[in-house]
Design a protein. Structure first.
Length: 385
C-alpha cells in the first residue's frame, strides 16, 4: 500500500518544505510515497533525489485569479482530465491514502469519490475571502477523512466554519541545525553591488510575493522609518526576498516600482527568489513579517529563530503562537505603518535587546518546533489514520 501526496506548487516555500520533510519520513520508514505536482520546479528534484516518483500533472490549481465564470470552467476541465490520470496512478500503485497538502488542490474529494480511498488534508491556509471560495473550501474539508492544521489559529478558523470539520493540531518543525551552522556570516555575504558593508544594520522580509504577505506594508514602514532617521548615516538597509506565483509576476513589478516611487532604491533591494535562505538569515540582523491577513504558520519565522535572529511581526495568525512578545520577538500592528516604524526604530537601535531576543528565539524553536518533534508527531498521527 502506498500514499499519494498532491501539492499545489513545485517551489520550495514553507508548505513545500514541510511536504518534503514528510516524504523524507516516509522514505526513512520504508512507506511507499508518490507525489503529484502541477509543474516543474525545485521541489521535483529534491523529491527525485530521495528516490521518490514524481508525476507532473496540471491539476487545475485553484487560485483567486481563476475565480471567474470562465476561469472556473477552465479549472473544471483540468480537474476532470487530471483526475482521470491520477485515478490510473492510484490503481497502478495500490494507493490507500490521498494526502492533499494545499487547499489550492481542489480535486481531493473528487478522487475520494472515484476511488473510495482515504482523504487526508494538511491545512496550511486560512482563507477569509472571497466568501464564495471559502464556502466551497468548507464543503471540501467536510469530505475529508482526516484534517491536520499547522497552527491553533488555522484549526480554530476552519472548525469555526462548520461543526462537521474536526482537525488535529500539528505544528511544523524545521531542521534547526541547517540555520544555526551558518550563524557567523556577515552582511558582506550579499553581492558587493548592493553596497552593504559588515557594519550595516540589515533588515529582511522573506516570503512569496503576494498582497496579503505585506510587502507593500513593509515598504510603508520603511518609508516612515527612513523619514525619521538618516538611513545613510546609520548604515541601514533592507532586502526583500521571494518571487510570485507563475502568472502573478505583475506583483513583482509593482513592488519594484514602489521601491523607486518611495525613493528607497539606495537602501532597499529586491533580490527575488533565493535558495540560500540559511545563509541569508545568518547575514541579517532582523527579520520582519508584515503579513496583513491571517498567516497560518509562516515557516520563515521558525527559520529566523533557528538562526538566532529577532523577529518583528504583525500580531495575527500563527505568529502569535510562534513568537513570545518582547521575549523572542516584537509585535507590530496591522495597518499602522507609522506606529510599526517607531517600534522598528526602537528595536534596531537596541543592539543588546536584539541579541537577547535572538538567543531566546533560538531556544524556543529548538524546544517547541524542532524537526524531531514534528516528525514524531506526524508519524504518530499518520499511523492512526
Amino acid at each position: 500500500m502506498s500514499t499519494l501526496f498532491i501539492h499545489g506548487s513545485a517551489d520550495l516555500y514553507g508548505s513545500a518544505k514541510i511536504l518534503l520533510q514528510i516524504v523524507k519520513v516516509c522514505v526513512r520508514e520504508k512507506k511507499k510515497a508518490l507525489v503529484v505536482l502541477p509543474h516543474q520546479g525545485s521541489l521535483v528534484k529534491e523529491l527525485e533525489d530521495l528516490g521518490v516518483e514524481v508525476f507532473v500533472i496540471n491539476i487545475g490549481v485553484l487560485r483567486r485569479r481563476y475565480f471567474t465564470p470562465w476561469g472556473i470552467i477552465g479549472r473544471v476541465f483540468l480537474w476532470i482530465f487530471s483526475s482521470y490520470k491520477i485515478v490510473k496512478l492510484i490503481k497502478k500503485y495500490n494507493v490507500s491514502k490521498i494526502y492533499i497538502s494545499s487547499l489550492t488542490v481542489f480535486i481531493g474529494p473528487f478522487l475520494k469519490w472515484l476511488t473510495g480511498r482515504q482523504l487526508i488534508i494538511h491545512l496550511h491556509e486560512i482563507v477569509e475571502r472571497p466568501v464564495i471560495l471559502k464556502f466551497f473550501l468548507i464543503k471540501f474539508l467536510e469530505k475529508a477523512d482526516q484534517v491536520l492544521a499547522v497552527s491553533a489559529a488555522t484549526k480554530s478558523f476552519w472548525m469555526g466554519q462548520s461543526k462537521k470539520i474536526q482537525i488535529h493540531l500539528l505544528y511544523n518543525g524545521i531542521p534547526t541545525e541547517n540555520f544555526s551552522k551558518s550563524s557567523n556570516l556577515s552582511q558582506s555575504y550579499f553581492p558587493f553591488t548592493l553596497k552593504i558593508t559588515d557594519n550595516a544594520v540589515l533588515i529582511a522580509m522573506i516570503g512569496r510575493i503576494q498582497p496579503w504577505k505585506g510587502q507593500m506594508y513593509f515598504l510603508d514602514i520603511l518609508k516612515f522609518l527612513y523619514k525619521d532617521i538618516n538611513a545613510e548615516k546609520h548604515n541601514l538597509y533592507a532586502v526583500i526576498i521571494g518571487d510570485a506565483y507563475p502568472g502573478y509576476e505583475y506583483h513583482e513589478e509593482e513592488l519594484k516600482r514602489a521601491i523607486e516611487q518611495y525613493d528607497l532604491s539606495d537602501n532597499v533591494f529586491y533580490l527575488g527568489y533565493r535558495k540560500d535562505i540559511p545563509e541569508v538569515l545568518a547575514s541579517i540582523d532582523l527579520l520582519v513579517l508584515p503579513s496583513i491577513s491571517l498567516d497560518p504558520l509562516p515557516t520563515v519565522v521558525l527559520e529566523a529563530m533557528a538562526a538566532a535572529k529577532p523577529v518583528l511581526a504583525t500580531f495575527q495568525g500563527g505568529a502569535v503562537e510562534m513568537i513570545k512578545d518582547d521575549i523572542t520577538g516584537v509585535f507590530i500592528p496591522v495597518g499602522d505603518a507609522r506606529i510599526a516604524a517607531g517600534i522598528l526604530k526602537n528595536l534596531i537601535f537596541d543592539e543588546e535587546k536584539m541579541k537577547v531576543l535572538g538567543i531566546n528565539g533560538f531556544n524556543r524553536v529548538n524546544e517547541y518546533f524542532s524537526l524531531e518533534a514534528f516528525e514524531k508527531n506526524w508519524l504518530k498521527l499518520f499511523l492512526t489514520f
